[in-house]
Design a protein around this ligand. Structure first.
Ligand SMILES: O=P(O)(O)O[C@H]1[C@H](O)[C@@H](O)[C@H](O)[C@@H](O)[C@@H]1O
Ligand SMILES: [Mg+2]
Length: 280
């Protein structure tokens, strides 16, 4: 029983590695860029192609009927984002599409698996760096074959904090995001960073390179795999108001410990976002 989902986990690692190879190869050719919700929300044929490859191989391996799939590109094409108790794969085929388009070298494949709405494992393949982050509930978190752990820093003045500004550039949101960043810089912290991929940002918290990553506006596919990796590395997840983390809420603070999380939360200026599972 304790080794439940081991086969699915190991297969997800293989699939993520293969998907990463496709992305690397595609990056060597001309990339045709299109937009989704707005002019800075980019998508490429590679995003679509890689999602089809991932979902296709998972369906072939585990059968179509019993497993459900939430994939970034399927949802952007109108598939409802419904999170049920059924075994569910949550997939971001190319996390960091803007980085991919620009050759900025942080791009990740993110694959998570949940049952009864509880995340069981997560795999983040940072495919340009060739780093495989993975974690299964109760089994620790790893980067390649090395076990990873969050940092033990409790003093916010000795921390590096990660955040991103996302693709919504409405003046009210941009000003709240930058006001929060200013307040955090002035605490002061050692530094503010952002890799351009939420999945990789979470792995940076998990391996102790950063004390916390927070964002409002991310989607469940950006962070689902990272959630398991951070938890298994000893870190915590909270909502941006300090409440319980909710995968579908598009709001998240991941941190090495509660002291750091609470201090960051004090500075976050919250703005409204539409939940991933909202009925539209
Ligand atoms: O769209 P992709 O590249 O899959 O995901 C990115 C989000 O769009 C962006 O809002 C967020 O800031 C970035 O970290 C994320 O990974
Ligand atoms: Mg993403």
């Amino acid at each position: 029983m304790c080794d439940q989902w081991k086969e699915e986990f190991e297969y997800a690692v293989q699939v993520a590695r293969a998907a990463g190879a496709v992305i690397r190869k595609a990056g060597e050719c001309e990339i045709k860029v299109q937009t989704k919700s707005c002019a800075v929300d980019l998508v490429t044929q590679t995003d679509d192609r890689v999602e089809k490859i991932i979902i296709g191989s998972l369906k072939e391996q585990f059968g179509e009927g019993t497993h459900c799939f939430i994939g970034e590109e399927s949802v952007s094409k109108g598939k409802p984002c419904v999170f049920t108790d059924k075994p569910t794969w949550i997939i971001d085929p190319v996390d960091g599409t803007t980085n991919f388009v620009h050759g900025f070298p942080f791009v990740a494949v993110s694959i998570a698996f949940a049952v009864n709405k509880k995340l069981e494992f997560g795999v983040v393949y940072s495919c340009i760096e060739d780093k495989m982050y993975k974690a299964r509930k109760g089994h620790g978190a790893f980067c390649d074959d090395e076990q990873i752990q969050v940092s033990d820093v409790k003093d916010i003045n000795k921390s590096i904090i990660i955040s991103e500004h996302g693709t919504d550039r409405s003046p009210e949101k941009v000003s709240k995001i930058f006001s929060t960043m200013q307040k955090i810089l002035r605490i002061p912290v050692h530094g503010l960073r952002g890799s351009g991929t939420a999945a990789t940002n979470m792995c940076l918290v998990a391996c102790g390179a950063s004390e916390a990553f927070f964002e409002i506006g991310i989607h469940c596919w950006d962070i689902a795999a990272g959630v398991v990796i951070v938890r298994e590395a000893g870190g915590i997840l909270l909502d941006v108001d300090g409440g319980e983390f909710d995968l579908m809420s598009r709001r998240m603070v991941s941190a090495n410990n509660k002291t750091i999380a609470d201090r960051i939360i004090k500075e976050i200026e919250i703005f409204e976002v539409v939940r991933d599972d909202a009925e539209i």
